[in-house]
Design a protein around this ligand. Structure first.
Ligand code: SF4
Length: 325
């Protein structure tokens, strides 16, 4: 399989305002040197606590955040270098589904209007009549009835609104969907329905997903591979089954043992994470996880571990799996 999306050295630092007595601006290290190949047709689950950088990663890919450094290529083309109509076409092919679709729906526009607008603006359909037909098809595709196009956002339940959010993301015919906590605000039973919808759409439309969530049970259900982020860096990346079976990084172990899906054995060997995730303004030296790691060694405080392939396609950033130099 070829890489649909290729990310190299992606970095995003947010400058903070200089204080009265501070000569240099400080920076939030939201992303630090992310490398990733997202394969065509796969679902990559991205997990981490709030502050890990996972949402910034999604926003940088759709250019809601301009990267500080690094390169993102989609279908072999550098997203930062394409201009004009080509740039627009590439952007249509990467769409985002957010946690709260209601916030991005105009309460004064009918759902049909909200879905038709981007298709008309981007000339995906010719005229209002064709747009109305396309809206009906989109609603059916996400499990809603075409006549619902006449209703306004307030008339829908949370699950239905997320279906509308997904329909809107599909309206321009994307290849890649970035789902940022897309089921987090929903009840568990509704979550399962929406996750099944994502799986169905993936098969029908040949989609590729980057699925950002803090919820490991969601990741386990939808992902082909899993990537764990901590303070702006990737700390573990592996195919789903070896990831859950081996859980090599101490942070991954702590996340899994704290999750409700953890097995009895995992709960017995529970690793409790100490304290909050440190500030991304001045990340800890050496290994960024050393302030909370139950297996911290002296070298961890001084030497930054690199992301290494420990087993086939299983990458880990930790000195337990290679000598610090
Ligand atoms: Fe823990 Fe050290 Fe590994 Fe970091 S490098 S995760 S501190 S053992």
């Amino acid at each position: 399989m070829s890489a649909l999306l290729q990310i190299r050295g992606l970095t995003k630092h947010f400058a903070l305002k200089k204080g009265l007595f501070r000569r240099h601006a400080r920076h939030v290290h939201a992303l630090d040197g992310i490398d990733l190949d997202l394969l065509e047709g796969e679902t990559l689950g991205v997990v981490g606590e709030s502050g890990s950088g996972k949402s910034t990663l999604g926003r940088a890919i759709v250019r809601l955040e301009e990267p500080s450094a690094g390169r993102i290529s989609f279908e072999g083309r550098d997203l930062g270098a394409v201009r004009g109509a080509d740039r627009q076409v590439l952007r249509e092919r990467i769409q985002m589904v957010f946690q709260d679709p209601y916030a991005s729906l105009n309460p004064r526009l009918s759902v049909g209007h909200a879905l038709a607008e981007p298709m008309l603006v981007h000339r995906k359909v010719a005229g209002r009549k064709a747009a109305a037909k396309a809206v009906g098809d989109l609603l059916l595709q996400v499990g809603l009835r075409p006549e619902m196009a006449a209703s306004y956002p307030h008339a829908f339940s949370g699950g239905q609104r997320q279906r509308i959010g997904i329909a809107r993301a599909l309206a321009l015919g994307p290849k890649l969907l970035i789902c940022d906590e897309a089921v987090s605000a929903l009840d568990v039973s509704v979550q399962a329905q929406i996750l099944n919808l994502f799986n169905k759409l993936k098969k029908e439309l040949d989609l590729t997903y980057l699925f950002i969530t803090h919820d490991l049970s969601v990741v386990r259900y939808v992902s082909d591979r899993v990537m764990v982020m901590y303070l702006g860096q990737v700390v573990e990346l592996a195919p789903r089954d070896p990831f859950f079976a081996r859980r090599l990084h101490p942070y991954t172990r702590a996340l899994i043992s704290a999750a409700p899906i953890a097995s009895t054995a995992a709960r017995e060997a529970r690793t409790i994470l100490q304290g909050e995730i440190p500030s991304a303004i001045d990340p800890p030296t050496g290994c960024r996880f050393h302030t909370r790691c139950p297996q911290v060694m002296d070298a961890c405080r001084r030497v930054e571990p690199q992301l290494r392939e420990i087993e086939s396609r299983h990458f880990v950033r930790c000195h337990l799996y290679g000598n610090p130099h």
